[in-house]
Ligand binder design. Structure first.
Ligand SMILES: NC(=O)C1=CN([C@@H]2O[C@H](COP(=O)(O)OP(=O)(O)OC[C@H]3O[C@@H](n4cnc5c(N)ncnc54)[C@H](O)[C@@H]3O)[C@@H](O)[C@H]2O)C=CC1
Ligand SMILES: O=C(CO)[C@H](O)[C@H](O)COP(=O)(O)O
Length: 302
């Protein structure tokens, strides 16, 4: 099968490599010329623009052209689709493998001239060796047509599934990320208490022993073990400012709209936002002043 891959960063490059390793043909494009050259070196056919990629692709036997987008969510997806659209036919398939907002995917599926699949991708760049977990929404015939490509990019046939109609793939991935935030927060709190607590503990050993048979073993816990191994039990000079947040925000918004309480995910998101205050959190500073106000407790000053 031949695929055009657009966006050759951390994730797109893995998509290219896994497709090539499974003997698929890849036409590759990125706005970064170096990324295109590196993909060409790996065996992909380089394209020098989106129209060039679309025109280089050939429709298969009874099938359309296949294009996989792996660009940052938001404007980059709309920009790429706008440029591609004049070159697309209703028999073609476009996959968006990024972390797009599910309602954007529904809108794009309605306006795209090709069949559109929204594909939530989990496993991160670390998933290169094993393959990804893919959560796919959109027309069943388009999903079936792309199964050989999904088999290659995912961990295998069990690593991908059609979730339902347009938007459902990115909806499931959005909530996956909300769960990811909450799990990270839970591990973070546990290890913080161990670090600040009564015993002088080697946190790599704790993570290691937990990863061997404990109820709370997981891949995130293996990544905790790796982090303590590489940074030390006190995490060395790793800063406490945490970036990201879009998928967690959308999950919380959806919880509010559906009236489903998500206290853990909301708290994890709030902790992230709280980590970004330049000068300490205003609310904590006000709490200090109020404790003086009602209790004459000493106010710590900067
Ligand atoms: N890094 C991760 O752990 C995961 C990322 N994702 C999602 O996958 C998507 C890609 O993420 P990464 O590979 O990590 O980002 P990245 O920043 O490493 O790569 C994005 C690539 O897209 C290219 N690009 C941007 N606009 C373009 C355009 N209009 N046309 C062609 N190329 C364009 C950039 O030059 C860059 O090479 C994002 O939506 C991200 O949220 C999904 C799951 C995991
Ligand atoms: O989807 C992912 C993992 O599953 C990406 O790594 C994503 O960037 C994580 O979300 P955030 O950047 O908000 O932490």
């Amino acid at each position: 099968m031949q695929l055009g891959v657009i966006g050759l960063g951390r994730m797109g490059r893995i998509v290219v490599d896994r497709l090539l390793a499974a003997d698929h043909d890849v036409v590759a494009f990125d706005i970064d010329d170096d990324a295109v050259a590196a993909a060409a070196e790996a065996g992909a056919e380089p394209a020098d623009s989106l129209p060039d990629l679309a025109e280089t692709l050939e429709a298969g036997d009874g099938e359309g052209k296949h294009i996989w987008l792996m660009v940052p969510a938001g404007d980059a997806v709309d920009a790429a689709l706008e440029e591609l659209d004049p070159h697309l036919e209703p028999t073609d398939v476009v996959v968006d493998g990024g972390n797009s907002y599910f309602e954007d995917s529904v809108r794009r599926a309605e306006s795209c001239s090709a069949r559109y699949l929204d594909c939530g991708t989990s496993g991160g760049p670390a998933g290169a060796e094993l393959g990804f977990s893919l959560m796919i929404g959109g027309p069943e015939d388009a999903y079936e047509e792309l199964v050989p490509a999904f088999d290659a990019v995912a961990t295998g046939p069990d690593g991908h599934e059609r979730m339902g109609p347009a938007g459902s793939g990115h909806y499931v991935k959005m909530i996956h990320n909300g769960v990811e935030y909450a799990l990270m927060q839970a591990y973070g709190e546990g290890f913080e208490l161990l670090h600040e607590g009564r015993y002088d503990l080697d946190l790599e050993s704790v993570a290691s022993v937990w990863n061997n048979g404990a109820v709370i073993r997981s891949w995130l816990l293996e990544l905790c073990e790796e982090a303590f191994h590489e940074e030390g039990s006190d995490l060395g000079d790793v800063a406490d400012r945490v970036e990201g947040g879009s998928t967690g925000t959308w999950t919380v918004q959806e919880g509010l709209e559906q009236e489903v309480p998500l206290p853990l995910i909301y708290t994890a998101l709030g902790e992230r936002f709280g980590s970004r205050a330049e000068d300490g959190r205003f609310s904590r500073r006000l709490a200090n002043r109020l404790r003086y106000g009602f209790g004459r407790h000493e106010v710590p000053r900067r």
